[in-house]
Design a protein around this ligand. Structure first.
Ligand code: FAD
Ligand code: FES
Ligand code: FES
Length: 1359
């Protein structure tokens, strides 16, 4: 031990205020500390595991050696408070506010319409703010890198990038003002000029500002880049001088923190660390906490003693020598990166092979926030199977220096270093001090490879480091070293493969001999954990092939070999395109003569965007803790189907803080909820039917106590034999929720007879997790009088929650008030599931007579609340030689899970939409909701339509592949034309759909680009481009008539201010903003006079769900009705005093006893569907859209990039184009996730593996199309909805499938090179695995495929 005094006292600053803390519990992370202790609720909980960025804050520290302050974006959810000594934390509240002054970072994301539900916004703001603190004039690349660790589920990221692009220095741009091509090297696309400063402005049009009537060349703009607040460094908080003095004084004392379960020691010298480690060899060394933090939080691993040497200088030294560089093991990835970049700049190129390969991996390793804390030593010693650094360090002959009481030693990081999962050669008492990275020698080359489920911020599926050294001046291999990650329990070497090649000249021959050896050496059993076995094995071959090509090119460049790389192979070595082009958003101008004050039809910023960007917006869990409040934690089934024999809660009740355990027996009223006529137990009593089913709940004084209590409940089960997981099993066992649906048009048998060809096929469409950024949250407060309950919750259907709680507690509905301020994203997932959770929470509040809060952790939310239904579509079609489809017989099987929920309605909607845009004269659809032992699936944006239409479009695609024609030709040929009838006999006019189609073809120059793509594909063997043009016809409204009604309540106060209440819940879709616009038009007053506080069941009763893209249609009419009533009441006063002002009318009205409060009501359309007669009018009207996407695919990895997206939408006369375009882009991006990325994985025993952003990938900034154009169809009207607008929340999601079909098109081109033609299996999501394997390259075909049934796969197929 050093002579320093021990102390557990921390000094740090938060937003400029000094904080002194004694004896912090080491388990306290900065996020809950900020949110609960400091009441700074701007930083949000999205996942708790470093994967979403919602909790991003800036951490600043003074560095003595450089005498400078370093600012880093970090995830507060993984940062232990006891590591904060000497640091300054800045949260979103610390940089600006609506009360004082906004920071430009806050203003620009809001004004650019980059905040919808706003839950991700503070995190985005802080990532960008930190970037600007470090680099006030960033490049576009800097911005996308800074935001790579921040997820947003609403916006599609384009507006966020557009807002932040305004910070880019003009010198980073071509300065062409849209005239010529940009310095980024992009070529000018034919209808656009191409200046990156043009910022989305079309010549003569511009891109964005909420300010009414911002005009350019007489047209409205979406977002105005003029008049933005300038970046003003004087606005930033200064780094506290006290912390500089403290750090410079060098007075460091060992700190010890003792919590309930963990003791945390922060030593100040290496000797002390060595001493501690010798006494506590089992204690982890924690600096970044990105591995140990997750262990403790999610895996329940307890480390009672932790050594945290963040202040031990020896671990942070970077020392250059002529032989190489020694990097301290405690250095963060960002520091390592900066040090290597420095060396690459200064050393001769030939000496920095390992450095550059490491840099390549570091650029893709996690997001910025993780890289800023995760350490080099931690990455090495954690020995993850898919560590990105270890394969390169191993291949690069790097060495690790370790120290212990026994002394120092240097360990080569070779094949013997990694000994198993999470294990290295280090002894338990050894500490990694530094890593030595040697300079490269002459003739030596090192390369790194990586493939991940998402291009950025995702752990690699497979990665590799490869090093070769050629014999002097020749192509003969002297040394070769190959290491892979992701293909075994740890980093593995391929030494036998290397031996095959060593001593031979670099060439096809050596490589051909090596492949079979590699396949034998890197063996993955068919049931290997992580699955994707064939893909992973193919990647090992493909990486070696890429390395071969790279070296071949290198040898040719050096003049050692004469055969240069073949022309069509060169692109295999190039990265996918990554440069953004300007995007256009075009919309209709308001009608001539519309008063300037009338906001309808004009872009207007989301009314809460500024509050969201400053962290002031209040979400459910941001509400302060109430007196005596308890936290609820759920106990869920670990069995897929079992009888509950016993439930022992005694151990839980004995734990500190635990107050009670709630079981089904405690429910005073109804123990069930009824959905679609079927009961669903709130808490399982006798039997469980899926893993994740709720059995009981523990309430305790704090969240950690409740969690520990829940973990201590012991349930004894008796397994039941009958298990059904897949739809095939359900079909076999006839396990369905009734009713099964069927619909037919024409005569299908006749249609088949008529056809020239018959084709049969099937497609599987995986499910989709809602991944709303705000997990299910609620707070139930018993009023304590006459059974009244105040319920604050995050739901799309407050009335359902109200009625259900009342039934559950056996009290009248008039005692329960549900309040919804705003929802951090919902997408259909916050209707039925939230209701059940609210009922359970209410029982706990009722029983304990205390307020009870429930906020699900991300993993719990994903496990419990279900997802979009996976669907199996099977089809038989008849078609003519010319491509006309004469008959289609389609069966849809949706995996509903263990309860009915809304599944019967979803499978019905599937049959109402399966015609999509096509007039197939003879078609039959049958659909079934399969009852399985998986968690119950529920509504999700589109309600079955995205699944059913994918089947329809696959049918079209198959016909095109059969006939060898572009799919858009077959689509066009089969479309509805002229006055038409749907297959359920609803008349409609498809004119606007056809207009969208033609306009999209024109806007995207499809004909020319088809030619360009064909040329590209001809000249590139392993990079292929593909294109698809996909239409949608989407019915708006509920086919159950009563769900289309809405009500509103509008009050005018004496000062003239107006309060609007309506039944819609604000979940990011901007309904409150639109209602404000409606009220503004009707009352002829500015929006600034109109406020919308919350959705409240006592203000507006009996509301319908905010769903089905119908919220604005219904509530808008109700608000309009109320405002019309009020305006009419003012008529006599207005007539008397036409000049007003408004305030004087209101004052007069009050004095004249005119009521200033009115309700509004909208009855809605009488929509229906008669399934007996197979006819109806289930929709009020159709929204139409068409999307064209082009992608470039790397056939060797399956990675792809959407190069360009053009979408044309008919949404009538948009009430708010900025909001509607936001809905289109966001839904499209969610669709891209559904069809190409998002995978829910279940174990063979029905356990969900994918329970967080680590395992489940949603689109991130790296997935934004490089050019993303939206055009709202001009000259269109809609007599069926308010102000001639149309619903748009859901339809665009399906158009994400244009990326799926573009990928399929690219794959078809690759298959054609492999000699394959015609339809092929291509299931959704088309992940890199699907795409790469479908390309069927010569290497992929070498991978032996295990016979299905001969092994148990790691994961089951749910559809
Ligand atoms: C969201 C997320 C994304 C990620 N993405 C990637 C990715 O894309 N690629 C990738 O490679 N990794 C990725 N990681 C893993 C990350 O790189 C590692 O968790 C990190 O490097 C571990 O370092 P740490 O300092 O945080 O370790 P800690 O959690 O602090 O410690 C981890 C382990 O290392 C040991 N250890 C740490 N330092 C020493 C030392 N000096 N001597 C001896 N033992 C030591 C500890 O005892 C402990 O067992 C990701 C992690 C997260 C949370
Ligand atoms: S909550 Fe911290 S990264 Fe998700
Ligand atoms: S606005 Fe980004 S998650 Fe909702």
């Amino acid at each position: 031990m050093s002579g320093n005094q021990e102390s557990g006292c921390l000094t740090f600053y938060v937003n400029g205020k000094k904080v002194t803390e004694r004896d912090v519990d080491p388990e306290t992370m900065l996020l809950p500390y900020l949110r609960k202790r400091m009441r700074l609720t701007g930083a949000k909980y999205g996942c708790g595991g470093g994967g979403c960025g919602a909790c991003t804050v800036m951490l600043s520290r003074y560095q003595v050696h450089s005498r400078s302050v370093v600012h880093c974006a970090v995830n507060a959810c993984l940062l232990p408070v006891c590591q904060l000594h000497g640091a300054a934390v800045t949260t979103v509240e610390g940089i600006g506010s609506t009360k004082t002054k906004l920071h430009p970072v806050q203003e620009r994301i809001a004004k650019a319409h980059g905040s919808q539900c706003g839950f991700c916004t503070p995190g985005m703001v802080m990532s960008m703010y930190t970037l600007l603190r470090n680099k006030p004039q960033p490049t576009m690349e800097d911005i996308t890198e800074a935001l790579a660790g921040n997820l947003c589920r609403c916006t599609g990221y384009r507006p966020i990038l557009d807002g932040y692009k305004t910070f880019c220095e003009s010198s980073n741009c071509c300065q062409n003002s849209g005239a010529k091509s940009c310095s980024s090297g992009n070529s000018i696309s034919e209808n656009n000029s191409n200046c990156c400063q043009q910022n989305g402005k079309e010549p003569g049009r511009a891109n964005g500002n909420e300010v009414t009537d911002d005009l350019e060349n007489g047209h409205l703009k979406l977002f105005n880049i003029d008049n933005l607040l300038p970046l003003d460094p004087t606005q930033d908080l200064i780094f506290p001088p006290e912390l500089i003095r403290m750090t410079e004084s060098g007075l460091q004392a060992t700190q010890t923190f003792r919590g309930e379960r963990i003791t945390w020691v922060s030593p100040v010298s290496l000797d002390e660390v060595v001493d501690l480690k010798s006494r506590h060899p089992e204690a982890p060394i924690v600096i970044g906490n990105t591995n140990i933090g997750l262990d403790i939080k999610f895996k329940g691993i307890l480390h009672p003693f932790i050594i945290s040497p963040t202040r031990v200088p020896d671990l942070f030294v970077v020392k250059n020598t002529p032989q190489g560089v020694s990097v301290g093991a405690g250095c963060s990835m960002s520091v390592v990166r900066a040090a290597l970049e420095d060396l690459v700049r200064t050393l001769p190129l030939g000496q920095t092979e390992v450095h550059r390969a490491l840099l390549q991996q570091l650029g893709n390793l996690a997001g910025q926030q993780i890289r800023n804390v995760a350490t080099l030593g931690g990455n090495i010693v954690s020995a993850y199977p898919n560590s990105d650094l270890n394969p390169v360090l191993a291949a690069g002959n790097c060495r690790l220096t370790v120290v212990s009481k026994g002394g120092r030693r240097e360990i080569p990081m070779n094949k013997d270093f990694f000994v198993g999962f999470g294990k290295t050669l280090l002894n338990p008492d050894e500490i990694a001090v530094s890593v030595f990275i040697p300079i490269s020698r002459k003739g030596e080359f090192v390369r790194a490879f990586r493939q991940a489920p998402r291009k950025e911020n995702a752990l690699a599926t497979v990665n590799a480091g490869m090093r070769v050294r050629f014999h002097d001046g020749s192509s003969v291999v002297d040394e070769l070293s190959i290491f892979y990650g992701g293909v075994g329990p740890c980093t593995v070497g391929a030494s036998k493969t290397c031996q095959q090649i060593i001593g031979r000249p670099w060439g096809e021959e050596a490589l051909t001999a090596a492949y079979p050896v590699l396949l034998e050496e890197i063996l993955l059993p068919p049931s290997a954990p992580g699955g994707k076995v064939a893909f992973r094995r193919a990647l090992t071959l493909n990486f070696l092939f890429k390395f071969f090509l790279q070296m071949q090119q290198k040898l040719a460049e050096m003049g050692i070999i004469t055969d240069d790389l073949e022309q069509d192979m060169r692109s295999s070595l190039e990265a996918l395109p990554n440069d953004f082009l300007p995007s256009y958003q075009e919309f209709q101008d308001v009608l001539e003569g519309q008063p300037g004050q009338d906001p309808v039809g004009r872009p207007m910023m989301h009314r809460s965007a500024l509050s969201q960007a400053t962290g002031e917006a209040v979400y459910c869990d941001d509400m302060p803790k109430t007196e005596g409040e308890l936290f609820l934690s759920l106990v869920t089934s670990t069995k897929a189907h079992a009888k509950i024999l016993n439930m022992d809660v005694s151990a839980a009740l004995a734990l500190p803080g635990v107050v009670d355990v709630i079981t089904a027996r405690d429910i005073p009223g109804k123990k069930f909820r009824m959905f679609c006529g079927m009961n669903e137990e709130l808490l399982a009593e006798k039997e469980v039917t899926c893993v994740g089913q709720m059995v009981c709940a523990v309430v305790a004084d704090t969240k950690p106590h409740a969690k520990r209590g829940a973990a201590a409940v012991k349930i004894t089960y008796e397994d039941q034999p009958e298990l059904v997981f897949t739809v095939e099993e359900a079909i076999e066992k006839k396990s369905f929720f009734e009713p099964l649906r069927e619909i037919e048009r024409g005569n299908v048998s006749e249609g088949f007879k008529m056809a020239d060809h018959i084709h049969e096929g099937e497609i599987r469409i995986g499910g989709q997790e809602h991944f709303y950024m705000e997990t299910q949250s609620m707070l139930v407060i018993p009023v304590g009088e006459e059974g009244e309950m105040n319920v604050y919750l995050s739901t799309q259907h407050p009335a359902m929650a109200q009625d259900s709680i009342a039934e559950t507690l056996d009290i009248p509905s008039n005692r329960v008030t549900c309040h919804i301020k705003r929802i951090g994203g919902a997408f259909g997932g916050k209707v039925t599931k939230t209701t059940i959770l609210a009922c359970i929470t209410a029982v706990a509040a009722w029983k304990t007579e205390r307020s009870v809060r429930l906020v699900l952790e991300r993993g719990e939310d994903m496990l419990i609340t279900g997802a979009r239904h996976p669907v199996l579509g099977q089809y038989k079609i008849g078609y003519m030689k010319d491509g006309r489809i004469t008959a289609a017989d389609v069966k849809y099987y949706a995996n509903a899970g263990n309860t009915a929920d809304e599944s019967p309605l979803i499978v019905a909607k599937i049959l109402l939409h399966f015609d999509n845009a096509y007039n197939i004269p003879n078609m039959r659809g049958r659909s079934a909701a399969c009852k399985t032992n998986l968690p119950s699936n529920t509504a999700f944006r589109g309600f079955g339509v995205p699944q059913c239409m994918l089947v329809t479009e696959s049918i079209i695609n198959d016909v095109a592949l059969k006939l060898g024609r572009p799919a858009e030709e077959i689509r066009e040929l089969n479309m509805y034309r002229g006055s038409s009838l749907t297959h359920y006999k609803m008349p409609f006019d498809p004119e606007n759909m056809l207009r969208c189609w033609e306009e999209c073809k024109r806007r995207s120059s499809i004909q020319r680009r088809r030619g360009d793509i064909a040329q590209f594909n001809q000249h590139n063997r392993f990079k292929k481009r593909g294109l698809a043009l996909v239409p949608i016809k989407y019915g708006i409204g509920f086919d159950i008539a009563f769900l289309n009604q809405a009500a509103a309540l509008v009050h005018i106060f004496q000062d003239g201010s107006v309060l609007v209440n309506h039944g819609g819940a604000e979940m990011g879709q901007g309904i409150h903003t639109k209602m404000q616009q409606v009220a503004s038009r009707e009352l002829r007053i500015p929006t600034s006079l109109i406020h919308i506080s919350e959705t409240n069941t006592h203000m507006v009763p009996n509301t319908c769900p905010s769903a089905a893209s119908f919220g604005t249609d219904a509530n808008g009419m109700a608000v309009k009705d109320a405002c019309e009533t009020l305006y009419k009441r003012l008529e006599p006063i207005r007539k008397r005093n036409p000049e007003g002002p408004w305030q004087s009318w209101i004052k007069a009205a009050f004095l004249e006893k005119i009521s200033l409060s009115a309700t509004g009501y909208y009855r809605g359309h009488d929509l229906y569907m008669d399934w007996e007669k197979q006819e109806g009018q289930p929709y009020a009207y159709f929204t139409y859209g068409v999307c064209c996407c082009e992608v470039e695919l790397d056939c060797l990895t399956g990675d792809y990039r959407t190069i360009r997206t053009d979408m044309v939408f008919d949404i009538g006369r948009s009430i708010n184009p900025s909001i509607d375009i936001g809905q289109i882009e966001g839904a499209f991006t969610q669709g891209v996730g559904l069809y190409t990325m998002e995978e829910l994985k279940f174990s063979p025993s029905g356990v969900l593996y994918t329970r967080g952003p680590g395992q489940y990938k949603i689109p991130a900034v790296c997935d934004v199309p490089l050019q993303f154009n939206i055009y709202l169809l001009r000259g269109t009207q809609n007599p069926h909805a308010i102000y001639s607008s149309k619903g748009i929340g859901e339809p665009a999601l399906f158009l994400g499938s244009s990326v799926f079909f573009a990928l399929k098109d690219a794959v078809a081109a690759a298959r054609s090179d492999a000699g394959l033609s015609g339809p092929f299996e291509f299931h959704s999501p088309a992940t890199p695995e699907t795409a790469c394997l479908a390309c069927a390259s010569h290497l992929t075909q070498m991978v032996p495929i295990s016979k299905p049934g001969s092994f148990q796969p790691w994961a089951i197929e749910t559809p």
